[in-house]
Structure formats: C-alpha cells, structure tokens
Design a protein around this ligand. Structure first.
Ligand code: C2O
Length: 619
C-alpha cells in the first residue's frame, strides 16, 4: 500500500462522495422496492441529452443499450433522489448517452502520481498545421498484410523492421510520426491529457472500458502505416508477441539485442532473456521466491497454467460483448470506473487479465513508476509494447470466431460513434470512429495463422481430480459444511490471508441465455498499487494450496496496474469485478437449485477492501 492509505479506515472512505456502501447496495428489503418499480425509461426527463440536436439518435441508442444492463443498477446510478443514493450522482443531467470524443484543444500536461510524488509529463501531439482533421476512410484494395509472430520472423524481415524503427526514431522530434511522439499518444489518452468534447471537466481515458480494443487497434494501425511509409513498403506488417502459445511465452528474442532499435533498457532484466511469463499475475515462475507466494510453478506447469488462463479469459468468461470488451463508457463519465455512471466503465477479461500481466512482467522493477511497460504513461516507449498489443488485438479477432451467438461486438451507436484522433503516415490528423475498426481485414491486415493450443485447455474440477467427494453433489456438500461459519460482514479487507464467504444465489428464475455472474462491488484500492487476488468457488478449503487456473473451481482474478490519473484527484480507485460463473457451475456440477455458493478470495499482492459480493444475471 502507498503510504497515504495504510489504515483500513482510509480505505473505506470514498473519494468525492461520502456514502456508506450499504446505501447503494440493496439489501433484501430494498430489492423488493426495485422489483415493484416500473422499468426506468431513459427517455424521460431525468436524462437530458447534452447534444440536443442528436436526440433522435439517442433514443434509438438507449432502448437497445439498456437491454444489456441490469435495470436495477441503472436505477441506482441515475436515481438522484431515489433510495438515498443521491450523493452518488454528481450531475444526473450529464449522464446522457453520448459517445466519447477527445477535445484536441483541451490537450494539456499529463500527470503521473504515486501517492507521494506527482510528475507532469508533456504528452500532447504537435500542433496541427492547418487545423484540418480528416475523417478516416478505410484503405481501398483487397490485399491483406499478415502480421507475423515475433518468434517466427526471418532475418530479412527483421532487417526491414529494424530499419523502419530506426528511421522512426530518427525523425525530427516534433514530427508527429517520430517514435517518442508515437509513445506519447498512449500517455495522452491514458494520463488525462484530453478532456471529452462537451464535458470540459471530464478527462478521457481509453482503458478499463469498451474503448480499449478499438483505441489500441487504431493506435497500432497508424504506427504500422508509418513504419511502412518509412521503408517505402505500404504492405509492411508489424510482428505480434504470441504470448498465448508455449514458444511465445518469453520476451521475443528480436527485442533483446541491446544494439537493436527494438531494445529498451527500461525492462525487468530478471525476466530476460528466456523467462516464462505468468499470464495470471505477470510474475515469473523463477522469482521472486518469497514465503507469501502461494504457488511456484515449474516451467512445464507454467506453460500449462498459462493455457488455462487463456481459456478462462477467452472462452469461459467472455461469452458476451461486455464480458470481453468491458462495459460502456459514455460521454460525461469520469475516466475508468465511475460509480456515478451507468453502467460503470470496467475492463473486459483480456484487458484486465493477460494484458495487464504482460505489462507487469516486462516493466522494470524500479518503483514508483515501473517504466516503461509497467506504467501506462511510459508503456509506448518500449517497442515491445506494439508487439504485445498486436497479440491483444489478435485476441479480438479470435474471440469473434469462437462459438456462441453472443460473441459479437456491440451494435450500440454510442460505442460505434466514439472516436479518437491520430496522425497518419502522411502527418495528417485523422478522426477514427469505433465503427471504422471492427474488422481488421477491412483495415487491410490480419494475423499469421498459428496454433491456438489454449482452445483445448478446459479446466477440470480439482475435487474430482483428487477423488474427493466423487459422485456427490459438490455444491451441496461444500455449502452445507460452511453454512454456519461463513456469514461475514462487509466490507472485507483482503491483504494477506485468504477469505472464504458464502454468497446467496439470486432468487429470480434464470432465463435461458442468462449468464450467472459473481459481482464484487466497490473494490477499493490505491490506484498506484500493484494489486492481485484470485477468486474461486466451492473449492476444497486447502489454504496452503489454493485453486489454480487449471481447476474448474478457479473463476478469475483481479489485478491493477499502477496508473496515475490526475495528481489532483483522489488516489483511491473504486471499482467492480464481474466474473461469469455459468461454465464453472456446469463443470463443477453444481445443482441449479443450490441456494448459495462459497467464494474464496486469495490475495497475492497488495491490499484491497471489497464492499459487497453478490451473484446476479448480467454481463
Ligand atoms: Cu493502453 Cu496495454 O495499454
């Protein structure tokens, strides 16, 4: 924990609005009130579009849009005077359904904050020469360039790639295509350089929401176009770091030569040259070897574990758009998770999982900033960032090909019309909308096809593997044993020891396609702390050997990459975690009528407090 927040009581004070967790987490009595209420009508007077002119568009957006989210949560967020939740909403009239756009004229210094110190970083792009912004047009032509896996490229390719990077680094410093200028794009969109168009007080942030995949896709797209232009090869395709496959689970060799323009000295040297990444928490399997590391893995185990992590994040827990992409982030909402917004922005499975783990793995071990990859403000300065995000982007393509009729991108206009600004390969400023980037082939690129071994890594129940309770209904068994001793009160402070708690399942009947989700609400932490905890359900109570990704009991993790927001805002972050359970419940053969589930929280790094845990049908 950073020094500013070392007592549990500090943890429980929300920034900006002082409110008890119980006020907005409905207890049983309040639930019945919600049920009696008519469904909230977004077109009623409570919500006023900030852009009156496009009111019609908003109507269409919202009805569709609302179907995706739990109406009760929406009531809570918007209910200015309802149910005592008043102080949650800073400005109910700002909560219109409008897309997010960066306000170029607002661009100012970015700030990076450690809780103790505050650093200002200039990250704005060079000024527009003729104040012209071009609307993006997808390239004409049908030739597809294939991005290769970084560990498979040959010498000729490497020579080309290195020359392109060298030239990019050698461009004049004020050329928007210069490497540092490119790196700064990430900093500007993450560390509060821009305000949102129409909302001068709200900063724009491209992480922890449904903007994550589109923003990074287009950021890489232009980066790649610039490289191609610099070597006169418009078909040049950047490599991707194939960390989801056994041969790609170490930092790719081509980035490790200190004399190469692909090298970055701000990395964790202990993880070079051939240490395997741990996709669950970003640590290596070799170090650190501390007592409080819950498990240490051999090389083989680490590879297997990573494949299970991938299956968890890509298959088990990402059956819908909002599970995979993250939740909506609307114009007027504060960056990241804003509990005054409905729904609160929140990251998807891959963003919160393997993506952050790899950032942590590569970033240097020097506090407070863990540059370059370990902090968003500096991540773009490491050439490896672009290969890492290539693979993240590849996951978006793969996700859409997996079976399941809900594995589709959102169709809400408010998402499709959100936009970003980039300088293109000709140094013209271009406005790109999310709708422009849904299909990488339309943009002219795809990924080299390689084996996807994690598709076959479905976890199995630890109890059945160990032969415990075979043939019994596991859910009943475990829940019955714990019923009396697991009544705990919230908030839970999670620091060193595992916590086990019994959570009632919803009484309402489950509709056919509903996903049963474990919702950890109001998780509070210092945004500048590295935090990680694992979550499992109905495990077998072995604290020395908690569930791992290969166990069907393991349902996911929470992790935070330290990221400064604004030095003048609170260091505390309040967020929620959604963990889909349906497939785990099936794998564990838990009776659908079982009325509760035992949840185990295993802290691995840092400290958090958790305001409430419930089970719901959303996501
Ligand atoms: Cu914009 Cu991997 O972060």
């Amino acid at each position: 924990m950073a020094s500013t927040t070392n007592s549990p009581s500090t943890l429980l004070t929300l920034p900006n609005f002082s409110i008890q967790t119980s006020t907005f987490l409905p207890k049983t009595s309040q639930r019945s009130i919600f049920k009696k209420k008519k469904p909230f009508n977004f077109n009623s007077k409570r919500v006023v579009s900030c852009k009156a002119s496009n009111g019609k568009q908003n109507d269409a957006d919202t009805s569709n849009f609302l179907n995706r989210f739990d109406r009760r949560d929406i009531l809570l967020g918007l209910g200015g005077g309802l149910y005592g939740a008043t102080s949650l909403v800073r400005d109910p009239f700002a909560l219109a359904v409008v897309p997010i756009e960066p306000d170029l004229s607002s661009c100012g210094e970015s700030t990076v904050d450690t809780g103790k110190t505050c650093m200002n970083v200039p990250c704005c792009p060079p000024k527009l020469k003729d104040s012209k912004i071009i609307d993006f047009e997808p390239p004409l032509g049908c030739k597809i360039r294939y991005r290769p896996a970084a560990h498979l490229v040959d010498r000729d390719y490497l020579y080309k790639f290195e020359s392109a990077m060298e030239r990019m680094k050698a461009l004049p410093v004020d050329d928007p295509r210069n490497f540092m200028q490119q790196a700064n794009i990430h900093c500007a969109y993450c560390n509060g350089a821009y305000s949102q168009v129409g909302f001068p007080d709200q900063k724009l942030e491209v992480h922890y929401s449904w903007l994550f995949f589109p923003f990074h896709r287009m950021y890489l797209y232009f980066f790649e176009r610039i490289l191609g232009k610099l070597i006169g090869d418009p078909d040049f395709a950047m490599p991707f770091w194939n960390w989801d496959s056994p041969c790609g689970m170490t930092m790719p060799q081509i980035y490790l030569d200190p004399y190469s323009p692909l090298y970055d000295e701000n990395r964790n040297l202990e993880h070079q040259p051939d240490v395997l990444v741990n996709l669950n928490d970003g640590k290596s399997f070799v170090k650190p070897k501390k007592k409080d590391d819950f498990y240490e893995l051999t090389k083989r185990e680490q590879i297997k574990s990573n494949l299970y992590v991938m299956y968890q994040q890509m298959v088990r827990s990402s059956k819908t758009a909002s599970c995979f992409h993250g939740a909506a982030y609307l114009g007027g909402c504060a960056s990241e998770t804003d509990i005054g917004c409905t729904p609160e922005p929140r990251g998807g499975t891959i963003e919160n999982g393997a993506h952050i783990a790899v950032h942590k793995f590569v970033g240097a071990k020097n506090p407070p900033y863990n540059e370059d990859m370990g902090n968003f403000y500096s991540a773009g300065r490491d050439p490896l960032f672009y290969a890492h995000h290539g693979n993240v982007d590849r996951m978006w393509n793969i996700w859409k090909t997996l079976p399941g009729k809900k594995r589709r991108d959102f169709d809400e206009n408010v998402w499709l019309n959100s936009s970003f600004l980039f300088y293109d390969e000709n140094a013209n400023m271009v406005r790109v909308k999310v709708r422009d980037c849904l299909d990488s082939k339309t943009l002219g690129y795809d990924y080299q096809s390689v084996d996807i071994p994690w598709l076959r890594s479905k976890p199995t129940s630890r109890r059945s593997r160990l032969g415990v309770g075979r043939g019994q209904d596991q859910g009943q068994d475990v829940a019955a044993r714990r019923k009396s001793k697991n009544r705990r009160s919230f908030p839970i402070v999670l620091d060193k020891v595992a916590v086990r708690i019994e959570i009632p399942r919803p009484k309402k009947p489950k509709k056919k396609d509903d996903e049963e989700v474990l919702v950890l609400q109001n998780i509070q932490l210092d945004r500048n702390d590295s935090v990680q905890f694992d979550v499992s359900i109905n495990d077998d109570e072995d604290d020395d050997n908690p569930c791992k990704p290969e166990d069907a009991e393991f349902v996911g993790s929470f992790s935070n990459l330290p990221h400064g927001d604004n030095c003048h805002s609170e260091a505390m972050l309040s967020t929620n975690l959604y963990l889909p359970l349906s497939e785990a419940l099936e794998d564990l053969k838990i009776n659908p009528f079982e009325d509760s589930i035992v949840v185990t929280l295993v802290p691995k790094e840092g400290e958090v407090s958790i305001g409430n845990i419930k089970i719901d049908y959303v996501c």
